[in-house]
Ligand binder design. Structure first.
Ligand SMILES: NC(=O)c1ccc[n+]([C@@H]2O[C@H](COP(=O)([O-])OP(=O)(O)OC[C@H]3O[C@@H](n4cnc5c(N)ncnc54)[C@H](O)[C@@H]3O)[C@@H](O)[C@H]2O)c1
Length: 364
């Protein structure tokens, strides 16, 4: 969809974080934007921004799990702006982490309801409307790096984000000749309010006993290292407006997959190698081993991303060498010290591989 000016976008979770970043970019590029969210305070705050900065934006308070209300919201959007051309299924929750045996059905139902059910409701309500007006359009769904690779303690989140990956791939092939593009967005760590919003949006009947906000912090590291503050993490997280720009580019180019953080690439490759190997000449154990290596690498990457090493790399060779050594000794001391299979260091947004995965010996 190259010409987006004057077209209408319906963005769920549009009042905060990634959804708000997408809304800002769409609005400043001449789109009409309906921001949809279940938190009225977030909608009010977002609208104050648009009043000050301009943009044709209309807010709707909607819980995406409510099918009847979804239809009414789509009717309202059409009444205000005419046809809907772009659907952004972005509303999501991140509740229910931890060992799977400790999860509750309430954890599962809450996340499946929003992250999968909300996307189903969006597609079922709005796709027929886009098809009906015949002017073309685009459907995009926010998945996660967890929608491409499994990770321990993230069973619920990964399940939901894998599900929407599959759904969007199916839609892309169904709609390819009908002038409707389809994308899946895979954000890496991005500034937003997922923890807080997942807590406040959780309906009473799906709450676990004793849940509180903010959550209890884990104990500090045993080796005496100081605990990092959340502000440390913020400096390495992507600005959602940058994510929004990538989304707009993806829509214009009709990219099926839209990524934000290249340092996860080798992990994706490891997983998909494992899949392919398991189908042919490599045994199942090799595939599992590869996945486990990936898991270590992923932890290493996250650790790296959340550490400040990532901000300064790569001005000169000697500086790079020094930082790489620093990173290595950091890892030796850290709880993820085993993640020596592969290290990635970031030079601002361009992440550099500094150590390669060992190749598996596959018996043919
Ligand atoms: N921030 C990250 O690092 C990150 C990484 C990968 C994927 N994601 C995904 O990106 C999306 C946006 O996350 P974010 O980080 O911007 O969080 P956020 O909390 O800043 O924004 C999400 C918005 O969705 C709204 N929402 C939640 N449930 C809703 C419902 N049932 N109906 C309507 N609105 C609802 C919330 O009120 C919130 O305003 C989510 O799908 C999340 O899983 C985020």
């Amino acid at each position: 969809m190259e010409n987006i000016e004057g077209k209408t976008a319906f963005i769920t979770g549009g009042a905060s974080g990634i959804g708000l970043g997408i809304s800002k970019v769409f609005a400043r590029n001449g789109m009409k934007v309906v921001i949809v969210d279940s938190r009225q305070d977030a909608l009010d705050e977002a609208m104050a921004y648009f009043k000050e900065n301009g943009g044709e934006v209309h807010p709707i308070n909607l819980n995406v799990t409510d099918r009847e209300a979804y239809v009414k919201a789509a009717d309202e959007a059409e009444k205000v702006f005419g046809k809907i051309h772009v659907l952004v299924n972005n509303a999501g929750v991140g509740s229910g982490g931890g060992p799977t045996e400790k999860l509750t059905y309430k954890d599962w139902d809450y996340s499946m309801g929003v992250n999968v059910g909300g996307v189903i409701n969006g597609v079922m309500t709005i796709l027929p409307r886009i098809l009906k007006h015949g002017e073309g359009g685009h459907i995009i769904t926010t998945s996660s790096t967890c929608g491409l690779v499994g990770s321990s303690n993230f069973a619920i989140y990964c399940t939901t984000k894998f599900a929407v990956t599959g759904m969007m791939e199916c839609l892309a092939s169904e709609l390819q000749d009908r002038n409707i593009g389809v994308s899946v967005l895979y954000p890496g760590p991005t500034m937003g309010n997922l923890g807080l919003s997942s807590f406040v949006n959780r309906p009473e009947h799906l709450r676990n006993e004793g849940e509180t906000w903010p959550p209890k912090m884990p104990p500090p590291p045993k080796d005496g290292r100081p605990r990092r503050s959340p502000d440390d993490f913020k400096v390495v997280m992507m600005d959602p407006v940058e994510t929004g720009e990538r989304v707009l580019r993806g829509i214009k180019r009709n990219d099926l997959f839209i990524h934000t953080h290249p340092e996860f690439t080798n992990g994706y490759k490891a997983r998909h190698d494992a899949l392919i190997w398991a189908t042919s000449w490599c045994g199942g154990n090799a595939a599992l081993q590869r996945s486990l290596e990936y898991e270590r690498e992923r932890r290493g990457n996250l650790r790296l991303l959340l550490s400040r090493f990532g901000l300064v790399l790569e001005s000169t060779n000697s500086e790079r060498k020094r930082i790489v050594q620093g990173v290595k000794s950091y890892f030796t001391k850290s709880q993820f010290g085993q993640s020596e299979n592969s290290l990635y260091c970031g030079a601002q947004r361009g992440y550099k591989k500094v150590r390669q995965f060992p190749k598996l010996n596959c018996r043919s």
